[in-house]
Design a protein around this ligand. Sequence first.
Ligand SMILES: NC(=O)C1=CN([C@@H]2O[C@H](COP(=O)(O)OP(=O)(O)OC[C@H]3O[C@@H](n4cnc5c(N)ncnc54)[C@H](OP(=O)(O)O)[C@@H]3O)[C@@H](O)[C@H]2O)C=CC1
Ligand SMILES: O=C(O)C1=N[C@H](C(=O)O)C[C@H](O)C1
Length: 266
Amino acid sequence: MIKVAVCGAAGRMGQRIIVAAKEAGCTVSGALERPGHELVGQDAGLIAGCGALGVAISDDLNAVVEGCDVLIDFTTPKVSLKNLEVCALKKKAIVIGSTGFTPEERALAAELAKEIPAVLAPNMSVGVNVCFKILKDVAKTLGDDFDVEIVELHHNKKKDAPSGTAVRMGEVVAEALGRDYNKVANFHREGICGERTREEIGMQTVRGGDIVGEHTVYFIGMGERIEISHRAMTRDMFSRGSVRAAQWVVGKQPGIYDMQDVLGLK
Ligand SMILES: NC(=O)C1=CN([C@@H]2O[C@H](COP(=O)(O)OP(=O)(O)OC[C@H]3O[C@@H](n4cnc5c(N)ncnc54)[C@H](OP(=O)(O)O)[C@@H]3O)[C@@H](O)[C@H]2O)C=CC1
Ligand SMILES: O=C(O)C1=N[C@H](C(=O)O)C[C@H](O)C1
């Protein structure tokens, strides 16, 4: 039975991960929150709504990492990089679901993960990871004749844009088409912005209410259009996916992995 600690334990994802870890038969060994958070000291299971676990929410990163086999972290890139550093020092595995990493932060994460096994994935659902696989084939098959536009919708509390999933979708399509995502992604059209270029990948963001997460990639040709969509109805497949990743990553060779590795989709 693996010992799982959860960082961001009082957050939208953290609470569901605690429930999923308990349901999967893992031992929840620790729960972390930001220093000074009002729920520090409260029972993590009671906060998550799955009954008392006898695990108080803590703000002591070192002690919580010390006591676990794997840390599951859904917070922000800066917090995740700090967690990765501490896990590397203590030789513990980590699963990171935070999104909004800059390319430089991702490179730093890969560097730190040379010491320990780490899963870093912007989306832990099976459905989205199957979409990543399909998108590569569709983009390669259609080639340059179809314009690609990506639209994502999320709740009004989301801090990063575009979503990590939309960025990964853009990267998958760009790579399949032999383009550099960082050069062809177009995040903004306004005023007399000129005709669309063939290479660009439009990235559109919608924020509102309680939308869990929706992504559509449009391949738009002359007289026809393909739409590949994923809609998340709850957060539970993300949380179950993160626990599955935690069970998979403990004991793996050091290095950075993603959900495609966990799900055997490569
Ligand atoms: N990979 C995936 O499948 C998914 C990824 N995500 C990503 O996960 C991240 C979290 O999302 P969500 O749960 O909605 O966000 P929330 O804001 O609800 O949760 C984040 C939690 O982390 C806490 N936190 C902040 N700083 C620290 C710290 N130093 N140590 C410990 N905890 C800290 C926050 O506290 P406070 O609020 O006080 O700052 C908050 O409770 C986002 O980046 C999101 O995009 C979300 C869903 C699925
Ligand atoms: O913040 C969220 O809620 C989500 N974030 C992830 C992302 O940025 O891709 C995954 C999911 O869509 C929910």
